[in-house]
Structure formats: C-alpha cells, structure tokens
Design a binder for this molecule. Structure first.
Ligand SMILES: [Zn+2]
Length: 302
C-alpha cells in the first residue's frame, strides 16, 4: 500500500501522477517564529486552485509533494489541500541541501530515529524520502543527510527522490553513497537531470538502474526538455523516466506581492499541453504520456 495524506491507496490507484512538485516552500524558522509568515489559508487557497485545475483539465490524480522538513513541510496543510482539491498527495520526509543547525549537531542515527517514527505513523501520508546535493557536491553535512536517508530507507523501504545538479552531475557521487549505504538504484529517482539540456547525465544514471526525473519544465524551456526526452526515449530508455514541473504553488515571493492564484494556474499543464504533443509530433507514441506519468510511477512505488 502507498501512504497519502488522506489515507492508504494501492499502487494502481495512483493514476496520473506528477513525481516532484510542491504546495509550499519556505524557511521553517520564519514559519515557526512568525505565525503570519505565509498564512496557511492563502497557501491552501492557491494550492487547491492549482490542483483542482490540474485534476479537471488533465485528470491529475496524485501530486507527490517534494517539500522536506527543512523547506517548511506542513502535513496538516497538505491534508487540507488534498481534501479540498480531491487530488491525492504523497508527502516527503528528509532534507534539502542547506545545512541546518541540527544536522551539524547530531549524528545521522538520531535524525533517522525521528524520521522513522513519523514515517511509521501511516496517517502522516509520508511515502517518499528526500535528499539533495547541489552544485558543490557532497559536503560533510550533505553526507550526513544521505546517511540519514539511507538509514530510514533500510528501516521503512521508502523510495528516495534526490535533488541534484545536472551541470556538475553531482547526483552520481551522491547515488554511490546511497547505494553503499543500502538504497538500491531502483529505489532512487534522481531529479533535475535535464537542467543542463543534455541527455548524458540521465543516461549515466539510467545505466546504473536509477529512475530519473525530467523536471523543472516551464513554457520557456519546454523545447529543450522535449529534446532531452526525445533522445532518451529513442534510445529505448522508457521504463525509468518520470516527468514533473518542480512547480512551487506558494513560496516566499508571495510576501512581496499580493497572491494571485490564477496567474500561473496553468504552470503544470505544460507537461500535457506542450511536452507530450511535441513528442508525439516527432513520432513518439501517444501512449508514452501514460507510461511516464502512470506506469513508471506505479513501478517506482511498488
Ligand atoms: Zn523541488
């Protein structure tokens, strides 16, 4: 069974799924200190509007929320957005790449103990772990995060999403550490692999048996993403690719301007309006849309 913030579902019930998006991203310290920082009602309003739109127009059934504890994850808020929008949400635990005070002070075993505990409470709806390695590669704190996530994986079996820097191919070294610590490649999806506009990084990861996420898709870069996807699919790499926008429905920029939920209501629609039609025009079978947003996701979570 797969945990969502509104209860357990079978893998088949995932339906059309985006593997890496966010309802909210913010700094937990600001959220904790200032109750008025990113007011929950605003976040819910914007999140519900966007998810409803995706469900009605594109039959989106599941939204994998990639916000870890260090980016302001709020399980109650995710539950409210899911209930009001009707879209299933899978929550994450784990870390972004910024060093946090706690991670400097305590060993991975201590952090892992608490994360295992929250994962085991199935009502939390956590079914994926997050780790991140950016342009600087595996720093001492990031190594601790990776070790923590591996400990949690070994105890819970949850798959892992890894934020990575495609220009410096930093996911390669980080994935090796995860594998050494017991996370098999087929339980790892490495994200942001197409940011460098080249398929090479994704190919290296796919050769290792990892899943890859071609994401951060925007209207402005859709043509580049199509190019990378076309190359990978024509090479026969169809089984371990997933797609997403890495869209953040609500983040700190709303503090600088009045929230406008309708402004980019269609942000995530580019996958179904832009990417798949363009691939089809180049001879990729129309069934590929379901393959990358349903079948591969089911296999990854099974
Ligand atoms: Zn993200």
């Amino acid at each position: 069974m797969i945990r969502t913030v509104t209860g357990e579902i079978t893998p088949e019930e995932l339906g059309r799924t985006l593997i890496h998006e966010h309802i909210i991203c913010t700094s937990p310290e600001f959220q904790f200190a200032f109750p008025g920082w990113l007011p929950g009602e605003q976040v819910v309003k914007i999140g519900v509007a966007k998810l409803r739109y995706m469900a009605e127009k594109y039959q989106l059934r599941t939204f994998v929320d990639g916000t870890p504890i260090s980016l302001g994850r709020d399980l109650a808020l995710l539950r409210e957005v899911s209930e009001k929008s009707g879209v299933q949400i899978i929550a994450s635990s784990g870390f972004y790449h910024y060093p946090c005070f706690t991670a400097i002070c305590v060993p991975p075993e201590t952090m892992a103990r608490f994360i295992i505990d929250e994962v085991n409470k199935s009502e939390n709806g956590i079914n994926i772990l997050k780790c991140a390695v950016d342009a600087d590669g595996v720093t001492p704190v990031i190594r601790k995060y990776l070790e923590t996530v591996a400990l949690v994986h070994r105890e819970t079996g949850l798959p892992v999403f890894m934020h990575s820097h495609s220009g410096n191919k930093t996911g390669l070294a980080a994935q090796e550490i995860l594998a050494e610590k017991g996370v098999p490649p087929e339980k790892t999806v490495v994200g942001h692999v197409a940011d460098s506009n080249s398929p090479d990084y994704a190919l290296e990861l796919l050769e290792r048996g990892c899943y890859v996420s071609v994401d951060r898709i925007r209207s402005a870069n859709a043509a580049n993403r199509v190019e990378v996807l076309y190359h990978l699919l024509r090479k026969g790499c169809t089984d371990r690719i997933m797609v997403s926008c890495d869209h953040v429905c609500c983040w700190d920029t709303v503090m600088n301007q009045p929230p406008a939920p309708n402004d980019d209501l269609e942000a995530m629609g580019v996958i179904f309006d832009g990417i798949f039609p363009a691939l089809e025009a180049r001879g990729i079978a129309p069934e590929m849309a379901d393959k990358l947003t349903k079948e591969n996701v089911i296999n990854f979570f099974s």
